[in-house]
Design a protein around this ligand. Structure first.
Ligand code: GLU
Ligand code: MG
Length: 446
């Protein structure tokens, strides 16, 4: 601890935020003063157990989450996630692990521990997942009186936003780089004021941690430039939604084993089985990877959101878009387009791995590749090509999740109960909400 303390003191850090991300995917923090950091590193900072029972709409515990206002757990900061925050003077942050008081054993509701458990299960099969969340977000303007409006009227890859937001882009790059995220590319996306800023893949746990850092940084830097950044899945009915595509590849002993040049579909048997598992459970997985009522406004055909249970090389209308290696001879990585930033990244990745493991254990095989836009198929053509539509609402996805023992048992009883409890509470409260009402609630949460 000594050197960590002195490093932070030298940088004039007064407060260290201990972050957590709840079932509703709201990132929250409690800050400790530098003078109490030593204690906090050992015993953590206490939060109410009920924190994991809060929905997106307001701070009230979901009645069926199995959590009450009585009882606390402790958030023990992981020093490997320490970041000095360029956007908040005198402040640093660390991501916390939720632990039981006294024993400091992982609390069964901890999303970060859930992901660690799935990574370990995969490691027991000799495999590792590398991943990255590929975020899209809108930059919006706030008018006097608080009304949020579009910041421009640009469309895909136009260059003017690169000029208009030059300083913001540089600040974003500087902040992400200083926090250890490797910036890869940046361009303006299809919607008016929509942007895509990409970072490099890493091991699965770091990629979920990076997603927390990423969201925090984009929102904070935008706000310093007088803008509101939002990752909300669908803000404007008639324009592109915000995807947070989950890119992944399978590795064994330090080598990417996703592709096989000699396989008919260019994918190794192991990776085929993993992806087949994801496809098999996809309708239930939706309740974890696209888990807000608003998510289902985004997942519609012809908006490149991957609205069908299907896979295809470079197919932007398939739920799983596959990219090839440099020589274009085999698969290199998979992109789950059915993922958005209303998903808790630890739960999304953990559930994806659990589905993939089921595919491997059950030796599932991939159906045929979808080589066309499935949005133009009628229902009988869909059936003959193994293409299936996804759930149309969070309620429908939750019904699939409640029947999916693979995902629920991977979570364990407590987390499955709190997660489903929170999401059902959200569905009950928001199933008839208009887009405007959702925007009011979610725009600044995600
Ligand atoms: N904005 C699209 C989505 O909602 C994705 C566009 C793209 O393929 O990058 O997922
Ligand atoms: Mg994009």
């Amino acid at each position: 601890m000594g050197s960590l303390f002195y490093n932070l003191q030298e940088k004039n850090i007064k407060f260290v935020r201990v972050l957590w991300c709840d079932n509703a995917n709201i990132i929250r923090a409690k800050s400790v003063h530098i003078g109490y950091l030593d204690d906090t590193l050992h015993v953590g900072v206490k939060i109410a157990k009920a924190q994991m029972g809060l929905p997106v709409m307001y701070d009230a515990v979901a009645p069926n989450a199995g959590l009450s206002p009585v009882g606390e757990v402790t958030l023990v900061p992981d020093p490997s996630t320490l970041k000095v925050l360029s956007f908040a003077k005198g402040q640093a942050s660390m991501i916390g692990d939720m632990k039981s008081l006294g024993t400091l054993a992982p609390w069964p509701n901890c999303p970060r521990d859930y992901l660690k458990r799935q990574i370990e299960r995969l490691a027991n099969l000799g495999l590792e997942l590398k991943s990255v969340f590929e975020n899209e977000f809108y930059l919006l303007k706030k008018e006097e009186g608080g009304k949020i409006i579009k910041s421009d009227h640009t469309s895909f890859a136009m260059t003017s936003p690169l000029n208009v937001y030059d300083q913001m882009i540089l600040d974003l790059e500087e902040s992400m780089t200083s926090q250890g995220l490797e910036v890869e590319s940046y361009y303006s996306e299809s919607g008016p004021g929509q942007h895509e800023f990409n970072i490099k893949y890493s091991d699965a746990l770091s990629s979920a941690d990076n997603q927390i850092t990423y969201r925090e940084t984009v929102r904070a830097i935008a706000s310093r430039h007088g803008l509101v950044a939002s990752f909300m899945p669908k803000i404007f009915e008639d324009a592109g939604g915000n995807g947070t595509h989950l890119n992944f590849s399978l590795w064994r002993e330090g080598k990417n084993i996703s592709g096989d040049t000699s396989a008919e579909n260019g994918i190794t048997e192991t990776a085929s089985a993993f992806v087949a598992g994801v496809m098999h459970h996809l309708k239930a997985l939706c309740a974890v990877t696209i888990p807000s009522t608003n998510s289902y406004r985004r997942v519609i055909p012809h908006f490149w959101a991957g609205a069908f249970v299907s896979w295809g090389y470079y197919n932007r209308e398939a739920a799983i878009r596959v990219s090839k290696n440099g020589s274009q001879t085999a698969a290199q990585r998979f992109e789950l387009k059915i993922s958005d930033a209303s998903a808790n990244p630890y739960l999304a990745l953990g559930a994806l791995i659990a589905c993939g493991i089921d595919g491997i254990e059950q030796e599932m095989t991939l159906p045929e590749e979808t080589t066309i836009d499935p949005g133009y198929l009628d229902s009988s053509e869909c059936m003959s090509r193994w293409v299936e539509p996804l759930p149309k609402s969070l309620g429908e996805a939750l019904d699939y999740l409640k029947g999916d023992d693979t995902i629920l048992s991977s979570m364990g009883e407590a987390l499955a109960k709190s997660y489903v409890g929170v999401k059902e509470f959200e569905w009950d409260a928001l199933k008839n909400a208009t887009l405007e009402e959702e925007v009011e609630i979610m725009l600044e949460k995600f």
